[in-house]
Design a protein around this ligand. Structure first.
Ligand SMILES: [Zn+2]
Length: 399
């Protein structure tokens, strides 16, 4: 007999062994809840021997033990791990309350899964609607209000007539055939469920929704904590907010405003930095105009530029050779570990930039491309001085 369906609070009881199957035994009555419907198997002891697992099979509720020294007809003393049972009861009842809240907030909600984990529980909702953070907040608020209201929870067995009334409110994926067990939270939620639940909502203590995740199109998983675990989560969240407020030198309520102000300031500062950098690049380019190196008949302008923008570097090199004769411009940007370059030359230069610079890339690594008069490359793994020396040597060799 599944006694846990009628009295989930009893955790100590006497029973008699009906059958023994290998390491499993069945009892004439049991309060042990088997694994099923998202609820893990109860833990506990039978005559002091730890119960490894509890499963429901054709033989009934089978209690598995590490070794079976029992015989049929033997009276035994059973003890269920009360804390774990209470945790499961809280989680199961909490799930029904959250489901009721979801029905109030979302259209056409259907049950898509449930599972009690070590410290948190998941419920999978089928709904076409998007469940955003505000919906979750409202769901958490409504659920905890139902807890505080201490609504009655009824568990009873129902027949076919009653099932018609429940048709849209069933908790299981499909309405089971025959008699079903109904769990009803007064004026809030009705479901078909064979788990263990409390008699009133306040026994749960606290519900804390901790997250959501989209499982597939139209199915969202919500994770929540219950009782002590929920309390720890609340304290953790408060600690995070408190630390953030200290870091920002403000009060908890002003945190969002302060962060917004930081972002606004940052935007202004980034713009200022960009303007300064553009000015600096301009100055560097002007200075470079005056420092050409004679390479035979050609003028080589080579220098380091602050700009890290490849497009800007390329355009600057092109602009520099405009209105010049027999000139080669090589602009190099230092990207910490590698160098980036843009090179341009006037049409009267016989050296092909794409040929000579490809040789440079072959030597130092990096990638790039271009034409005889324009070449751009990045990822060059050497220092500026070595690169400069090598480019000068190659130009001289190709004269
Ligand atoms: Zn349930």
């Amino acid at each position: 007999m599944k006694m846990y369906l009628h009295d989930p609070y009893t955790t100590n009881f006497d029973a008699q062994i009906v059958t023994t199957i290998d390491n499993g035994i069945t009892l004439d009555k049991t309060y042990f809840h088997p694994e099923g419907g998202g609820q893990p198997a109860d833990r506990g002891y039978i005559d002091g021997i730890s119960v490894a697992d509890v499963q429901e099979s054709e033989e009934g509720i089978v209690h598995y033990l590490p070794e079976n020294t029992f015989h049929e007809g033997q009276p035994v003393r059973c003890e269920i791990d009360k804390n774990f049972r209470l945790y499961c009861m809280k989680s199961h009842t909490g799930a029904h309350i959250i489901f009721g809240a979801a029905r109030k907030l979302l259209k056409n909600v259907r049950y898509a899964g449930f599972g009690i984990g070590k410290t948190s529980t998941r419920i999978d909702f089928g709904t076409g609607q998007k469940i955003d953070d505000n919906v979750l907040l409202e769901m958490e608020y409504l659920s905890n209000r139902v807890v505080l209201e201490n609504r009655k929870i009824l568990s009873y067995f129902s027949d076919e007539v009653e099932k018609r009334r429940l048709k849209d409110m069933v908790y299981a994926k499909e309405m089971p055939s025959g008699r079903i067990r109904v769990v009803e939270i007064a004026d809030w939620d009705i479901a078909a469920c064979s788990g263990t639940h409390f008699k009133s909502t306040q026994e749960i203590g606290l519900i804390k929704i901790i997250g959501k995740m989209k499982l597939q199109k139209g199915v969202t998983r919500i994770e929540f904590k219950i009782g002590d675990h929920a309390l720890e989560e609340c304290i953790d969240e408060k600690r995070i907010l408190q630390d953030t407020a200290v870091l920002l030198k403000t009060s908890k309520r002003e945190v969002t405003q302060k962060i917004n102000n930081f972002f606004e300031d940052l935007k202004v500062k980034e713009k200022q930095i960009e303007e300064l950098r553009e000015n600096l690049t301009q100055k560097e380019l002007e200075k470079l105009q005056e420092t050409s190196i004679m390479m035979g008949e050609y003028n080589l302008y080579i220098g380091k530029i602050s700009s890290k923008n490849p497009k800007e570097l390329g355009l600057s090199s092109k602009r520099m050779v405009e209105k010049k004769d027999k000139s080669i411009v090589v602009l190099v940007a230092d990207l910490n570990k590698t160098l980036m370059l843009a090179a341009s030359c006037t049409d009267d230069v016989k050296i092909k930039l794409n040929e000579i610079l490809r040789d440079v890339l072959r030597e130092f690594g990096g990638g790039g491309g271009g034409s005889p008069t324009f070449f751009q490359a990045g990822g060059i793994a050497t220092s500026y001085d070595i690169l400069k020396k090598r480019i000068e040597e190659i130009i001289l060799r190709n004269m």
